[in-house]
Design a binder for this molecule. Sequence first.
Ligand code: ADP
Length: 239
Amino acid sequence: MQPLLRIVGLHKSFGGLRAVEAMAASVRQGDVLGLVGPNGSGKTTVLDLITGALKPDQGMILFGDRRLDRLPPHAITRLGIARTFQLVRIMPSLTIAENVAIGAMFGADPCSPAEALARALPLLSRVGLAGRADHPAARLTYIDQKRVELARALAARPRLLLLDEWLAGLNPSELVQGIALVRALAEDGITIVMVEHVMDAIRALCTRVLVMNAGRAVAEGTPEQALSDPAVIAAYLGE
Ligand code: ADP
């Protein structure tokens, strides 16, 4: 079967710094791919290259038959790719529902603002924000900001969801809820690429793990295989 997402020979430098180097990966429909590696290994840059926020210096990113690396970000979103950000991006002057509705208005199945608000409501229940649609998004707790971000990404009706440390910083009971929520999304057929440091979450959720170090993919496999690879242990220990 053709992969849903294929990354071939990807390079991205910032000045003299090689952030992503000769990176290759493929993600099949239904995968939950964990992208792990030490800080600065290039994981977020890979997400930025997939979503079009950055353009590669070399290489190719294919989504089905479509070449993403030549498209602007809004066109990539329209194809069905949505993400959450490591540093959450909430608009504090809007309500919770309005923040989520933005995802629907600019997503894979764009709609009017009124319909976008209607679509937001069931998503708020899904992420644990039921009954709070009209609350201002200012001064939300950290977990609630993360919930809003996830609901906004889901409102875009993605086929591929990119999560950038969505489970980081949650307390143990929030983490259990968060893992259950991500698992339910995967069971609904959304393919997921998750940058994550929480190894319990990686083990619980991922069908495959890709380990990056210094811009390169250094190991790949099931969570057990990838995380026990000597190159991975060396990368994490900084040898
Ligand atoms: P990770 O997500 O694995 O922590 P990043 O992809 O954020 O790593 O960063 C990879 C490297 O690229 C780091 O050395 C980082 O400092 C650098 N980098 C990332 N974005 C930029 C940028 N916009 N300008 C300059 N350097 C950057």
